[in-house]
Ligand binder design. Sequence first.
Ligand SMILES: [Zn+2]
Length: 335
Amino acid sequence: MIQTEPLPWTEAVLDRGCERRSAPGFLEGLRASGESRCMILVDGKTLIHSDKIVFVDARRLPTDGLAVYLGRATAAAARVFGVEPAQVQRPGPASVSTGLSPEDDVLLVVLPAEAAAALLSMAPAGTRLAGYREAALSLPAADAGIFIEASAIANWHRTHKHCPLCGAITRAEAAGWVRRCPQDNSEHYPRTDPAIIVAVVGPDERILLGGGSKWEANRYSTLAGFVEPGESLEQAVVREIGEEVGVRLHSPSYLGSQSWPFPASLMLGYLARTDDTEAVPDGVEITRARWFSRDELQQAVSRGEVVISARTSIARALIEHWYGGRILEAGEVAE
Ligand SMILES: [Zn+2]
């Protein structure tokens, strides 16, 4: 029997304050006040110390970088994720710190690569710049959630500088959540590309996992693909899996989603069943496909013969949803 617990990403770490952030001067006021906590992005990387994001007082940062209001830390952030502020360098207003308290306002400041050396020099020893993929496995869930939001909005600004109507350079407004064209006054909002990711379950309860030629030969994951314009999510589930492995799906059921802003995806997780027992990889996106029973998968993973997606991913959450619990990695023992 397949369990029905929700996937992990249900509770917001930050209250984005959509009304608050639209007020004129809101962002500028926060940057000047010293009462906000700034996460930095330099080439997609942020400051990490002791496996936590390092936040910097806005007044210590250059004022010409793009700034975005990420939101106000919720009580849930502290309750659910056990976040507590920790000063990693004193004194007082010039401090840099990790962790958040409820009600802390969090900004993102995007700086050019040249700023990296100065940033690291103001941070305590042991601070490094790390990208999301590298940092995520050891970050607390609250920090990972903030890193995802920051990456998503920063990637949109980076790739949407020009007005799609006239080509003019647009300007950020509403604390970084709108860009406006100075020529035709059109407003442009951040984009998210929906993609489906599917745990395919066969008639005998085995799961179908696949891999591509760009991966190591023993790596397997759930199958995924982008939703096309004019398509429902369910249609995309059936079409993509049909294209990738030639399996006909029925009764897709939605389980949950994960933002994956590299550059702009929202992964929508499904479980779907098939009566087919043969899977034929398309040889392009998918070069191998394999059915696993629960015992086969656990044994293959713990022997190191098969590598599945990391615990921070929706792919892993879907596989473990089907499995009915935690799948142990090689060398791990049950708690
Ligand atoms: Zn325009």
